[in-house]
Design a protein around this ligand. Structure first.
Ligand SMILES: *Cc1c(COP(=O)(O)O)cnc(C)c1O
Length: 380
């Protein structure tokens, strides 16, 4: 089945008992055991719930994995994956990784002696050089948030394989419609499904997909032991959101390209970060490993223009955190999504104060441009 059909019919397609075209919301915490030691395959909903399971099967199929797992947020999913490691282990992370991922490593896992090494993962020599006996995984995001750096997933997975360590990819920005890291050699894929997979800014959720039975057993054990599971209703919302993933991502791609070109022509803008531009350093890798450039664009407003006024002037585009919804969202990474990253690291990697991130929604692009025109006017 092709992905446009799989998003609708993958996983568990409807309900066998009633013929309902949608998987029911099994709003139950526990299950009747018909006799001593005999159960239906379900015992308790932290361990397993049919609605959650339908979603887990769906994401696993979409990512070409062995098994999928649903969590109460992207951070719960990331936390579960990091608990695969032990005191003394280290993880190599991309240098402009999602702020919350950096925070959980730096402020929580550091206390348990699970360390991290920051590397520019677009630079393979630097990644190779960072590996020592304590390093157990390479954790990447591509494109990165918010600077849209592109890492070569296959090249990273090859390096990881050579060193017998794991490749973990946060695939939130691309979704399996545009990029399937497991087919490029990754071991674990993570999603903040809050973003494009849910797609409607109405559910906080996270997903993990693994490529082997061994990893599946470990993550299943962690999921059940630590308990950050996704609720049945939220699992239903996610299944519902994923059904329209293909049509939404096509429009995000198209609008993204239109808006990126528009921004590139504005005199108020000194730089546009968009991997669909031929002169983007990651253009060739992105074109090879993904089926599109997505809907996230970051740009720098020139000194002399008031970025605070700019951000406060939108009528259609929403000024707020998050991304990947049907509605366009604009944010200020330095004070919002990436505030947890120390200022000197932010400056060093390019998350400057006049950097703006735009998640282009699926509205009519003329309306979005009209809103941008007014905001640029207000910034003068
Ligand atoms: C939002 C986000 C997360 C965290 O997910 P939550 O659902 O907010 O917990 C992780 N990674 C990326 C790339 C994100 O954009």
């Amino acid at each position: 089945m092709k992905i446009e059909s799989l998003v609708i019919h993958g996983g568990i397609d409807g309900d066998e008992r009633t013929g309902a075209v949608n998987v029911p919301i099994f709003q139950t915490s526990t299950y009747k055991q018909s006799a001593f030691g005999v159960n239906s395959g379900y015992e308790y909903s932290r361990t397993g719930n049919p609605t959650r399971e339908a979603l887990e099967k769906l994401i696993s199929e979409l990512e070409h994995g062995y098994a999928g797992f649903a969590f109460a947020s992207g951070m719960a999913a990331i936390t579960a994956v990091i608990t695969l490691f032990k005191a003394g282990d280290k993880i190599i992370i991309s240098n402009n990784i999602y702020g919350g991922t950096f925070r959980v490593l730096d402020k929580i896992f550091k206390n348990f002696n699970i360390g991290y090494i920051i590397a520019d993962t677009t630079n393979l020599a630097e990644v190779k050089k960072s590996i020592d006996k304590t390093v157990k995984a390479i954790y990447i995001e591509t494109p990165t948030n918010p600077l849209m750096d592109i890492t070569d997933i296959k090249a990273i997975a090859d390096i990881a394989n050579d060193n017998d360590i794991l490749t973990i990819v946060d695939n939130t920005f691309m979704t399996p419609y545009l990029q399937t890291p497991i087919t490029l050699g990754a071991d674990i894929v993570i999603h903040s499904a809050t973003k494009y997979l849910g797609g409607h800014s109405d559910v906080v959720s996270g997903l993990v997909v693994v490529n082997t039975e061994n990893l599946a057993e470990k993550i299943r054990f962690i999921q059940n032991s630590t308990g950050g599971v996704l609720a049945p209703f939220d699992s239903f919302l996610l299944i519902r959101g994923i059904k329209t993933l293909a049509v939404r991502m096509d429009r995000h791609n198209a609008n993204g390209e239109t808006i990126a070109k528009y921004l590139n022509d504005r005199e108020e803008v000194s730089k546009v970060y968009y991997p669909g531009f031929h002169d983007h350093p990651g253009y060739e890798v992105q074109t090879r490993q993904a089926n599109g450039y997505g809907g996230i664009i970051s740009f720098v407003i020139k000194n002399g223009y008031d970025y605070k006024k700019f951000l406060s002037s939108f009528k259609l585009i929403t000024f707020g955190e998050s991304l990947g919804g049907v509605e366009s969202l604009i944010c200020h990474p330095a004070s919002m999504t990436h505030a947890a990253i120390p200022a000197e690291i932010r400056q060093k990697v390019g998350i400057v104060d006049n950097l703006i991130r735009l998640s282009v929604g699926i509205e009519n692009s003329d309306d979005l441009i009209e809103d941008l025109v007014a905001a640029f006017k207000a910034s003068k």
